[in-house]
Design a protein around this ligand. Structure first.
Ligand SMILES: C[S@@+](CC[C@H](N)C(=O)[O-])C[C@H]1O[C@@H](n2cnc3c(N)ncnc32)[C@H](O)[C@@H]1O
Length: 329
């Protein structure tokens, strides 16, 4: 396997106890676009004297921003025991310990002493919803937020476009397909040996017709994008109720002829009115990059006929994404 290919980040399965790794928090704090957009939104929304709840406080950066914007007090909730230990030290070192009350545990299991005017949170995953933002923010809104209170982010949407991906697919996924073809005419390798390999590496269950269970992090180049982007799901935290399922089927029209081998996925989070944090390939880059969700075999397209994209997300599931792309003929 070539070094470029080994360097591709597989998104699922996730790293265990992710937020007990200092490098993960470092990546968040050094993401200038993320920090800039959150700082703008918090300055816009938080008013002098507000009480704020920071759901998933990590190293308390959003709590600091809220205090800086004039908040009186922040309730900082964090479920990771290592992260909350660091967070308390950071608060003491910066002289904020009296302005922040820490609550250790998952926000859905925590009680706050009073309702708050603003909820701030950054629980946005690479495919937007896989870090539990829906469950956590709707619960926090229903139990912690005063009537008319504000939520940062107000809404999050997952976007997608068809792609002819030119790095992971030819260099990584196609390799296994080629091996399988070779095995069919080989005396020493059997298809079933390779099926086991393939299943371990990429697929659940039977080989034929199954969907990839993995998703890859990468930065797409414009030339790889093969359709207009569309919104797959939009979740509005300030209004309405949590969606019961995230499952959609949408037609995408390829913008030119070629071979579609998956979709690019990214999100747009409206942090405050007109303040949008976007991880689109055309926006300022962030640590989230984009996700590449591949299909098993490339689909030739002529640039005219639509393809049907079916995508299901299972928030909190071990492999939370399933994708099917169908030529409707
Ligand atoms: C992406 S990090 C963001 C940390 C920090 N707010 C920031 O912006 O740098 C998410 C943090 O939220 C925590 N977390 C996720 N869901 C939570 C929940 N429902 N209740 C409490 N903590 C949660 C994680 O352990 C992690 O530390």
């Amino acid at each position: 396997m070539s070094p470029e290919i080994a360097a591709v980040d597989e998104l699922f399965p996730e790293v265990e106890n992710l937020y007990a790794h200092p490098s993960v928090h470092r990546e968040l704090l050094f993401d200038e676009e993320r920090m800039q957009k959150y700082s703008e939104a918090i300055r816009r929304v938080v008013k002098k004297g507000d009480t704020v709840a920071d759901i998933g406080t990590g190293l308390v950066i959003l709590a600091f921003m809220a205090l800086d914007a004039g908040a009186d007090h922040v309730y900082a909730v964090e479920q990771n025991p290592t992260a909350i230990r660091w967070a308390k030290q950071v608060a003491i070192h910066n002289g904020f310990e009296n302005a922040i009350t820490f609550f250790e545990g998952n926000s859905c299991q925590v009680e706050l002493p009073q309702k708050v005017g603003v909820l701030v949170s950054e629980l946005i995953g690479h495919v937007a919803f896989e870090e539990g933002i829906i469950e956590s923010l709707f619960d926090a809104r229903n139990r912690f937020l005063s009537p008319g209170g504000k939520i940062i982010p107000r809404s999050v949407q997952l976007k997608a476009a068809l792609v002819e991906e030119q790095e992971v697919f030819p260099g990584y996924i196609q390799v296994w397909r080629n091996l399988l073809e070779r095995a069919k005419s080989s005396t020493s390798l059997t298809v079933s040996d390779l099926q086991v390999l393939l299943i371990d590496a990429f697929f659940e269950g039977d080989l034929i017709g199954r969907l990839p269970k993995h998703c890859y992090l990468k930065t797409f180049e414009e030339k790889e994008i093969m359709s207009q982007p569309q919104t797959l799901f939009k979740v509005n935290f300030e209004e309405g109720e949590a969606p019961k399922s995230l499952e959609t089927s949408l037609d995408f029209i390829p913008s030119r002829g070629g071979e579609i081998n998956g979709v690019a996925l990214w999100f747009e989070a409206e942090l405050a009115p007109d303040i949008v944090l976007s991880t689109s390939p055309l926006s300022t880059s962030t640590h989230w990059k984009q996700c590449f969700a591949p299909v098993l075999a490339p689909i030739p397209v002529d640039g005219k006929k639509p393809l049907l994209v079916k995508l299901q997300l299972k928030p909190g599931g071990k492999f939370p994404l399933s994708l099917e792309i169908k030529d409707e003929d």
